[in-house]
Structure formats: C-alpha cells, structure tokens
Design a binder for this molecule. Sequence first.
Ligand code: ADP
Length: 306
Amino acid sequence: MIRLSAITPSGQVHLGNYLGALRTWAREGTEDDVYFISDLHAMTSSHNPQRLRSLTREQFAVLIASGIAPESTCVQSDLIRELGALNWVLECTCTYGEAARMIQFKEKSLGRESVRLSLLTYPVLMAADILLQGTAEVPVGEDQLQHVELARALARRFNHAYGDAFIVPTAVVPKVGARIKDLSDPARKMDKSAQNSTGVVFVLDDPDLVRRKVRRAVSSTEGIANLTEILTSCTGKEPEDYTSKFADLKNVVAEAVIEELRPVRDRTLALLADPAELDRIRSAGAERARERAQHRLNAALRLSGL
Ligand code: ADP
C-alpha cells in the first residue's frame, strides 16, 4: 500500500514541518511510500531559480537526515518528463470549471493582479503526482482534501472513459498531529514562507539562534500552550506545570528543541558537505520512482489514444 506526501521548497524546513510531518514519515512510513520535494509546485508563484534549486537540495538533505527510507524519497522535477506527460493527459480529463472551483486557487489568487496559470492547474499536477505512483492513501490536511477529491474524480473518469489505468486514491486526515504555531504570533501556524519572522525555528538554525528565538516567544495563553505542545512533542512526556515560571519553560523548551533537532541538523550538514553522496541518493530515488511509474504512464498514454 503506497502512501504519498510532499513538502514544498518555498522556504527552509521548520520545526513544525519536522514535528508535524517529516518525523512521522520517518517513524511510520515504509519503503513503498513516496516522500518528495515538490519543487514544481513551488513555481506556481513568483520564484527565484537559484533559491529554488538550493532550497530543493537542502530540503532533500533534511528529508534523508530525518531518517525517511531513502528508497522512498525523490525530487518531483527529477520525474518532470513522466509527470509532464501524465499532467497533459489529466488536463485533458479535467474541466476548466473543476479547476476554477478549487478553494485554494480562489484564496491564493484573490486580489492579485497577475496569477500564474500554473496556480490554476497545479491540482492537476498534484493528481499526476498521486496517480503516477499508484498511490492508495494520501495523508493531507483539511485544506488539501479538495485536491485529493479532484485526483479521485480524474482517476475514476479516466478509468471509466478509456480503461483502467489508475488506482483511485483515498485521502486520510491524520489524527490530530502536532500543529506548531509561530512563536512570536501564536495565532498563526509556523510557516516557512514567513521568512522574516523570529517566531519560526528552522531545522538548520544553530543552537544559539534557537535559544534566542524561544526566549523571544510571546507569553500569552496561546504562546504558553504552543511552547507546551512543542515540549511534549519533542520529549514525548507531559510537561510539568510551568504556569508561574515562564522563563523556566522557555529554557526547557529551547534545550528540548535543540536536542530533538541536533541529529537531524548534524546529518543534514554532513550530507550537504558531501554533494556526491547526496546526488547518489537522489538519483537512486528518482530511478525507483520512474521505474514504478513507467508501466502506468505507458498504459495511460496508450489508452488515451497516443
Ligand atoms: P508550509 O505550510 O510550512 O509551507 P508545507 O505546506 O510544505 O509547509 O507542508 C509540509 C508538511 O508540513 C505538511 O504535511 C504540513 O501538514 C506540515 N506542516 C506545515 N506547517 C506545520 C506546522 N506549523 N505544524 C505542524 N505541521 C506542519
């Protein structure tokens, strides 16, 4: 049974991504699963090529350093030919109305003068990601449910119109995982595109920077709840009562975060310092994903008359 999840290289990997996603992928994932860096999705709004390339490389290193089976990892653009081909077939299966109905598209394009066409069509590419690999389950947040619904509709419609090529995937909303909030603004989730926020702890931040960021955390009720959640998530234990000792809580949290991230950070830095090894792991993952996709892609092309 294949599960598929991705992280978009729109910024550096942060503590929320690690505790809420990468660590779970490492703990619960199997070699059959697919965990990938969705660099193509990062191009749906204005992007800088050098930055995209280096963030993709860095995020891929963090993925491997998190302990996810290397066999199950890849970078989306390493399959651009296969995905591009299937994307076309699926665009010819999808209607304009379906794409335009996507709530994320409406939200992200709202009030913007210029919107890339790919922002409208990227849910179709996401369907290609899912269907190409024969995915059975897609773990997603509520905000992505509609996109998985679209992938299901396209798989069914294609199978019905031309013949069985695709497994119809199911969306699974994971049971309440850690939702880590921004340390300086706990009304918002920790978000990698909030580049200038001092409330976002990145996996590659050095220990002193982590201490400074945690020390600046706001002391509102939400701020304390967030720190407590981070602590529980890092240590796996219910924390003591720190209500009257906010400074103590911050120190304990900072050290717990540093300890939790230390092995991931160390391994990521080691991988980034060994580009040949990183490239080797990346090509092996891409090769495996490509091999797995080939017969399904060929079937889809043939059945649609190509
Ligand atoms: P971001 O929202 O930071 O750009 P992505 O959308 O690329 O992150 O999501 C990658 C994974 O990280 C997803 O599984 C998402 O649920 C998880 N994730 C993102 N932000 C948080 C957070 N603040 N707390 C917990 N998990 C998060």
